[in-house]
Design a protein around this ligand. Structure first.
Ligand code: SF4
Length: 352
């Protein structure tokens, strides 16, 4: 980590947190960039984490929301996202591949998610995007049955939307939250994927917002973007105003385009999460995929960064940490996890 003279002092960081809580001002992009250089174990780091937790408590309380995702259609994706084991160019990645799941299996997964303490289940599909016609009809049917089951709220993450009508149909079927990540800064996006564009993602987000569905949108840290681009990414998130920002950390799986990259340093990842809390003070922030690889046996420290949501259960193609572990660790940090598995847990998350 590169220390620079622009790093704010502990006193300055505390004053900034006070001002954000008092709604006197926002964190500037320049301040956020300098915070990313805060070194671990310093007074500045202590002030950053303390401020991030105070900001979270002030705007979002002490309840941590739990979300689950389900790969409702796995493998065989046409897209070439370099971070993804389901991409067209990925090789030697061992996971089940299947078409859109049967409705009964989706409902069973929803009941399992509720037992794991999740209030919402995000149905994720490995394809470029959902198309009008029979495919959209099938998905709307599945969503309706999931809602009828009463197990959890039905969220979806179905990729690029080509028309406003698709978003409106999903909203009409009962989808509350559409998950669609920006993934990274606009200036770095082409390094991660060439089969679709950042602009297609932005247009999808516009359709989602126009439909009235809530937006869950974040991305992945550690794909090779520099720190300036991490703040550019945060600025773009601030611009699109999602209800939930899932922050994933690259898990460089063998066979993917990014298999040779290294996981983000644990301390760097913690500082990044806390800086995002300062930058997006009242937006829900979820720590999502890749956290086990990035944080290792320091995983519980994510609760010191001001996050207010976690992804529980397994990810799309890799295993995650048990819900029970998360509940215990949240309690140890003076937080509670929304665990009743209700039809509306009150969180705004969709999926990672
Ligand atoms: S991230 Fe989504 S669109 Fe990209 S390759 Fe993976 S499944 Fe396909």
């Amino acid at each position: 980590m590169v220390a620079t003279s622009t790093v704010p002092s502990a006193v300055e960081i505390t004053a900034i947190a006070d001002a954000i809580i008092a709604a006197e001002r926002e964190l500037t992009a320049a301040e956020a960039r300098s915070m990313l250089d805060i070194a671990p174990g310093t007074d500045e780091a202590a002030a950053l984490f303390a401020g991030a937790q105070r900001i979270r408590t002030h705007f979002l309380g002490t309840t941590v929301h739990a979300c689950s995702i389900l790969n409702a259609k796995a493998g065989g994706c046409s897209e070439n996202c370099s971070y993804c084991s389901q991409a067209s160019g990925s090789a030697n990645v061992d996971y089940d591949k299947y078409r859109w799941m049967e409705d009964d299996d989706i409902v069973s997964a929803a009941e399992s998610a509720a037992q794991n303490g999740a209030g919402a289940l995000g149905l994720v599909a490995a394809w470029k995007g959902v198309k009008e016609g029979r495919q959209l009809d099938m998905i709307c049917d599945s969503v309706s049955k999931l809602i009828e089951s009463g197990a959890v709220r039905a969220d979806v993450n179905l990729g690029i939307l080509e028309t406003q009508n698709v978003a409106d149909r999903l909203k009409g079927a009962g989808v509350k939250v559409y998950g669609h990540n920006l993934e990274t800064a606009r200036s770095f996006f082409d390094e991660t994927c060439s089969s679709h564009s950042f602009e297609e993602r932005m247009r999808t987000i516009e359709f989602v917002k126009n439909s009235g569905m809530k937006l869950c949108s974040g991305g992945i840290i550690g794909m090779g973007e520099n720190k300036d681009q991490r703040i550019e990414f945060a600025e773009q998130l601030r611009f699109i105003e999602p209800h939930m920002v899932p922050v994933n950390f690259l898990n460089p799986l063998e066979g993917t385009g990014f298999e040779d990259k290294s996981p983000v340093d644990c301390d760097e990842a913690l500082v990044t999460l806390a800086t995002f809390r300062f930058f997006l003070p009242s937006t829900s922030i979820m720590v999502a995929g890749g956290k086990e690889v990035t944080f290792g046996d320091r995983l519980s420290e994510v609760f010191t960064t001001g996050i207010n949501a976690v992804m529980v259960g397994n990810y799309l193609t890799t295993l995650g940490t048990t819900p029970e572990w998360w509940f215990e660790q949240a309690q140890a940090h003076g937080l509670s996890i929304q665990s009743e598995g209700a039809t509306d847990c009150g969180s705004d998350c969709g999926c990672g």
